[in-house]
Ligand binder design. Structure first.
Ligand code: NAD
Ligand code: TYD
Length: 351
């Protein structure tokens, strides 16, 4: 197989680091370039086990900087792009939407432009954009998001991702850029920044801190183990059809309160606490503004076309995730120092 340069953006983040590790280890003939700004969410410790691989290269950079992107595309002649860099947390987008517009929308358009400028022979390339099921908004029981579900984003985060998806499609329709998009449900697993529900719960339970459950905890999310997402990304990058969109999900919907109680039970067992001790930490707090009630996704398209389906059950994935966080206190200490911000640290409203 011929050697090729692959650009992965956001590879120091949660999902990106799993994708970079998979590609670097599995495809020795790819030179993998990880472009990351190293925001609060980017951490090179996530990539420690591959940093010495000869086919791995880190570039510190910002996708908002078009001339840097143009330079990189000219220098490395990337054959493909897997674009994960983004501001990814809904609560932060509610506090300050501007950075979400700058990175998620403008940054994506910069990448599209740089690829278009550099790729003369479009067909030997591909631009794979990683997106979220949150672009579809909330969906009522028993319906599922399919690839043709109309976009209805509700938060500044999902609005910025929806906009970037539209630009990716526009570059395909208008300029023939060879793009693929996937919209995935909630990921969890090792290396997720503890502002997101699952690692936040694990961290708080471990430290006997209150567990903030927004509203009544009745919101439903579909959960996917991050390594399964990375495997889907591998399959789609290599075998997805150009111009197409694919849904990816865990086939496991769960109400937040049920998920949190399951985590409490796992933690009680692993920390040899008495049964119910961790559940006493649950606090129902003020609901998130514009909180989508239910996400649920149909991923039969990727299953039928590429034989992908989630391999890790939620039960097993949660056990593995808790185990990882309990064994990686140094990582947690590092990411929770400095920029760490838990939006409900100061305001636990007992109901
Ligand atoms: P993350 O916040 O953990 O990581 C984002 C990474 O992007 C970080 O390493 C950060 O440093 C980098 N980054 C941010 N702004 C940048 C910029 N301007 N230039 C270069 N790098 C920048 O995010 P994640 O959870 O790993 O999500 C990765 C992608 O997957 C995002 O596009 C997100 O929208 C999408 N997604 C996430 C989920 C999920 O549950 N986490 C689900 C579906 C889709
Ligand atoms: P989150 O992990 O932020 O992902 P997303 O908002 O992208 O779905 O939140 C998952 C769900 O958990 C969502 O319904 C909001 C809720 N939630 C809480 O109840 N408490 C928390 O402290 C956090 C961070 C989230």
């Amino acid at each position: 197989m011929t050697s090729a340069n692959l650009l992965i953006t956001g590879g120091a983040g949660f999902i990106g680091s799993h994708v970079v590790k998979l590609f670097v280890k599995k495809y020795a003939h790819y030179q993998v370039y990880n472009l990351d700004k190293l925001t609060y969410a980017g951490n090179l410790e996530n990539l420690a086990d591959i940093e010495e691989y000869p086919n791995y290269h880190f570039i510190k950079g910002d996708i908002q900087d078009f001339s840097h992107l143009q330079e990189l595309f000219e220098k490395y002649q990337f054959q493909g792009v897997i674009h994960l860099a983004a501001e990814s947390h809904v609560d932060r987008s509610i506090q300050n939407p501007t950075e979400f517009i700058n990175t998620n929308i403008l940054g994506t358009v910069n990448l599209l432009h740089a690829a278009r400028n550099c790729w003369n022979d479009q067909q030997s390339h591909r631009f794979y954009h990683i997106s979220t099921d949150e672009v579809f908004g909330s969906i009522e029981e028993p319906d599922l998001f399919v690839e043709t579900t109309a976009y209805d984003p509700q938060s500044p985060y999902s609005a910025s991702k929806a906009s970037s998806d539209h630009f990716v499609r526009a570059f395909h329709n208008t300029y023939g850029l060879p793009v693929i998009i996937s919209n995935c449900s909630n990921n969890y697993g090792p290396y997720q920044f503890p502002e997101k529900l699952i690692p936040l719960c694990i961290n708080n339970i471990k430290n006997l801190l209150p567990i903030p459950v927004y509203g009544q905890g009745l919101n439903v999310r579909d959960w996917l183990y991050v390594e399964d997402h990375a495997l889907a990304i591998d399959l789609l990058y290599h075998g997805g059809r150009i111009g197409e969109t694919y849904n990816i999900g865990g086939n496991h919907q769960c109400r937040n309160i049920d998920l949190v109680k399951t985590l409490c039970q796992i933690m009680d067992r692993k920390l040899s606490r008495s049964s119910g001790e961790s559940e006493n930490l649950i606090r129902f707090v003020k609901d998130r503004a514009g909180h989508d009630l239910r996400y649920a996704i149909d991923c039969s398209k990727i299953r039928e076309e590429l034989s992908w389906s989630p391999s890790v059950t939620l039960e097993t994935g949660l056990e593995q995730t808790v185990e990882w966080y309990l064994n990686n206190q140094t990582w947690l200490d590092h990411v929770t120092s400095g920029h760490y911000q838990n939006y409900y640290q100061e305001q636990y409203h007992h109901r």
